[in-house]
Design a protein around this ligand. Structure first.
Ligand code: ADP
Ligand code: MG
Length: 580
């Protein structure tokens, strides 16, 4: 075999290869352009997306701009005005590799229009699939406008890997959301598919978190501050009673750079492990500041991954500080004083996956000092046609004991059972197209992050068929006019928030039907007999009869059993009497 000839790759090929790493998807292009605007000292940044950012991304800033004679250089590979420290230690800007613009220009059609202060007019330059057009004068305000069109038209292999415009748009919006949280001193406006997703002025960090997490969620968050060996942690983190169905409301900023870092995420999860039910996620907006030499941001071209010189130290700092926050007496956290101090034991009893509001009640009641352990009464005679028997007692205000006609002992988890009943009733009504909606006397306004508002409004029609009538109410809120009658009395705000989480999780475009099971489960747990509620004998009987008449009633929506049945044989085995 003859030895192959080695040749240098053309610039265009090099840029296309780099484009694959730096600009994986529209969200990455958006991130790079917004970072450039932040690096340019902008006071206001506007991002406009269409077609999920695949068709078009526009980022407008009022920063320092690029001089006419620098435009051609700006789009060249490894050309940067930023890297003062070539040892790559003291990196003060978000960008430094000089790769973003040439990569975008190689994969898409990029137009840069820029006008620095003191320059009479703006100038523009175009790069399409790596081909550069000459710089020419044009109209333009102070600052820079970057327009990206037809992302990956020049690299079809990459285009094939894009997800739906919906999912890509979602990721792009999240990238802006993260940067806006990292830079509260800059005003941001985000528009997607002609809808204003959020618009925030320059503000304090706490105000920015409230605007982008939703005021309601933010009101359940507490300030945190701690220092350890030169590393400073600040920000806001949810109290134990604040959790969400997904980890979407978690933001980490390290030395002003938003990051998606597994170490930080894991530390957060560990800190909340004992206080948040399985399957729920803490909310947090955390910021770390550490000496540049304790950090390597140059791990990946996208710069969202980090390497901490002292990973264990950072982890301990987070877990320690969050642990102290979570240990604060609950009375300071607006919960009933009755259960201050009994937080941990009562939390251990909490059934997973109930709404924050329902949980608050459940905990308060579970911690009542003198709740009787069991209440018995004279039961009706069990009948053979009732496999779950007749109730004889309720214990711990949570379990119904019943005895079957064959003498079997039945133990029902009242909360799990009722959750399933509610879910099945909703499902049957929905499938029959006749969910009864109950109008609210006073419509409820629910504050939500603007991106979740958009998700819910997209499901407006499906939700209406579920008996949930919602309307737009500005960029950061939704108005609830009616709830399903089956959920009458449920906390409408918590209900909507959990549904928004559910839709956000899928990255979207799916119809309600495709998410029906999980959506119904989410709804049902908002309107279920709480563990810890005293039931009247008639209520227990009604519960048992309804369970017998309902499909899938043997498990709750999370797969846990709703009842246990111990036959005479089972009891004998347990007592070692079997075979005597
Ligand atoms: P980097 O940000 O790593 O320097 P980029 O390719 O993103 O690399 O940008 C190249 C250069 O173009 C930057 O160093 C900066 O000088 C200039 N530039 C890019 N975007 C802007 C902007 N919005 N405002 C001012 N200058 C910009
Ligand atoms: Mg850059």
């Amino acid at each position: 075999m003859t030895a192959p000839t080695i040749r240098l790759l053309s610039n265009q090929t090099i840029n296309r290869i780099a484009a694959g790493e730096v600009i994986e998807r529209p969200a990455a292009a958006v991130k790079e352009l917004v970072e450039n605007a932040i690096d340019a000292g902008a006071a206001r940044i506007e991002v406009i997306l269409s077609g999920g950012g695949i068709d078009r991304i526009e980022v407008i800033d009022d920063g320092g701009g690029i001089a006419q004679d620098q435009l051609a250089l700006a789009i060249q590979r490894h050309a940067t005005s930023k890297l003062a420290d070539e040892a790559l230690v003291r990196i003060a800007t978000l960008g430094f590799r000089g790769e973003a613009l040439p990569s975008i220009g190689a994969a898409a059609r990029l137009t840069l229009i820029s006008r620095p202060a003191g320059q009479d007019s703006a100038f523009r330059i175009n790069v399409a699939g790596g081909a550069v057009s000459p710089v020419s004068p044009c109209a333009g305000a102070m600052g820079t406008r970057a327009i990206v069109e037809d992302l990956f038209y020049a690299t079809p292999a990459r285009r094939k890997f894009l997800r739906s415009p919906r999912a890509e748009g979602d990721a792009a919006m999240r990238a802006v959301w993260r940067l806006a949280l990292a830079a509260p001193g800059i005003a941001f406006r985000l528009v997607a598919e002609e809808r204003v997703i959020f618009e925030v002025p320059a503000q304090t960090e706490a105000a920015r978190v409230a605007a982008l997490f939703g005021r309601e969620t933010a009101s359940g968050m507490r300030e945190i501050q701690a220092t350890r060996e030169g590393v400073e942690l600040t920000g806001l983190a949810g109290a134990a009673s604040t959790s969400r169905a997904t980890n979407a409301l978690q933001s980490f900023v390290v030395n002003d750079r938003p990051v998606v870092d597994p170490l930080l995420r894991m530390a957060l999860r560990l800190a909340y492990r004992d206080v948040i039910p399985a399957g729920r996620h803490p909310v947090a907006a955390l910021r770390l500041r550490l000496p540049p030499e304790a950090l390597d941001v140059n791990v990946h071209p996208a710069k969202t991954e980090l390497r901490f010189a002292d990973a264990n130290g950072v982890r301990s700092l987070l877990i320690g500080a969050l642990g102290r926050l979570l240990e604060r007496p609950v009375s300071l956290d607006t919960a009933p004083a009755a259960w201050a101090g009994s937080l941990r034991p009562s939390l251990a009893l909490r059934p997973p996956h109930v709404s924050a509001a329902a949980r608050g009640f459940a905990e308060a009641e579970l911690a009542l000092p003198d709740a009787p352990a069991a209440r018995g009464f004279v039961a009706a005679e069990p009948r053979p046609e009732h496999p779950l028997g007749a109730p004889v007692a309720q214990i711990l205000d949570t379990y119904v004991l019943a005895v079957g006609a064959d003498g079997a002992l039945v133990i029902v988890d009242q909360h799990a059972a009722h959750e399933r009943l509610t879910e099945e009733r909703l499902r049957a009504e929905f499938l029959a197209g006749q969910v009864v909606a109950q109008p609210l006397l006073i419509p409820v306004v629910v504050d939500l992050p603007a991106s979740e508002v958009a998700l819910l409004l997209d499901q407006q029609e499906g939700l209406r068929r579920l008996g949930l009538q919602i309307e737009a109410f500005g960029p950061g809120a939704v108005l609830v006019r009616a709830v399903p009658a089956a959920l009458h009395g449920a906390d409408a705000a918590g209900l909507l928030r959990d549904l928004a989480d559910e839709f956000a999780e899928s990255g979207i475009a799916v119809a309600l039907e495709a998410k029906l099971d999980s959506a119904l489960a989410r709804l049902a747990c908002h309107r279920s007999i709480r563990a810890g509620r005293r039931l009247a004998p008639e209520e227990m009987t009604a519960l048992l009869r309804a369970m017998e008449a309902t499909p899938r009633a043997a498990t709750c929506s999370h797969g846990r059993p709703t009842f246990l049945k111990l036959s005479r044989a089972d009891l004998e085995k347990l007592f070692g009497r079997r075979g005597l």
